[in-house]
Design a protein around this ligand. Structure first.
Ligand SMILES: [Fe+2]
Length: 204
């Protein structure tokens, strides 16, 4: 699998390029800032970008969509209720194909109502739902601590410990992690009831 984590500088955002090594078909995730850097790597890797995925509609994850689309001809993919411009609308458990890779959409609202994670070949791209050692804030427009609880505890933590975690920002003590590491060390994933989690998010 081709996989590049690209620090965008501003906002400690991460964009990603991932794809199928054999067919060179690939996708870009969250081209927020610094599209020149992303497009340069696309050129160097000699990949054909089929999709641009947005993990959610915040500008720091979507601002470079049109530039990357213009250069690559890729289609923009986002959750069907996302307010941002898109070519393909997806919902929970949809599967898209990139070469021989299957990309599963996991709907994870909480940070925003249109949040998704992407699961491909044992790698989970978590956007602003889960960071290394943290979870996304729920106090912005459309945020919901209750939704975040269900996204984290019912969906993300139901995944195997070996799944690798690739977050939307570099907020942790390392740039990537695993479900097992987060389950053990992330203070936001400590066992809580929904009510306790809502209270915890209010206080933190
Ligand atoms: Fe965000």
């Amino acid at each position: 699998m081709i996989l590049e984590q690209i620090p965008l500088g501003e906002g400690k955002n991460f964009a990603y390029i991932f794809g199928d090594e054999a067919t060179r078909e690939a996708a870009v995730i969250d081209p927020g800032f610094n599209t020149e850097k992303i497009l340069k790597r696309v050129d160097q890797l000699k990949v054909d970008i089929k999709y641009i995925f947005n993990t959610h509609s915040h500008g720091d994850h979507t601002a470079g969509n049109s530039k990357v689309k213009e250069k690559t001809g890729a289609k923009i993919v986002a959750y069907f209720k996302s307010p941002s411009a898109k070519d393909i609308s997806v919902k929970d458990q949809d599967i898209l194909h990139i070469g021989r890779l299957n990309v599963r959409i996991i709907y994870t609202p909480g940070h925003t109502p249109d949040g998704i994670c992407l699961l491909a070949d044992g790698k989970l791209f978590t956007g602003d739902t889960l960071f290394v050692g943290e979870c996304g804030r729920t106090d912005l427009t459309g945020g919901s601590a209750e939704d975040m609880y269900h996204s984290l505890f019912d969906k993300i933590l139901s995944l195997d410990d070996s799944i690798e975690v690739y977050p939307g920002h570099d907020y942790g003590n390392k740039p990537r992690s695993t479900i097992g590491y987060e389950r053990k060390t992330n203070y936001t994933l400590e066992k809580r009831s929904v009510e306790e989690f809502i209270q915890f998010m209010k206080e933190s």
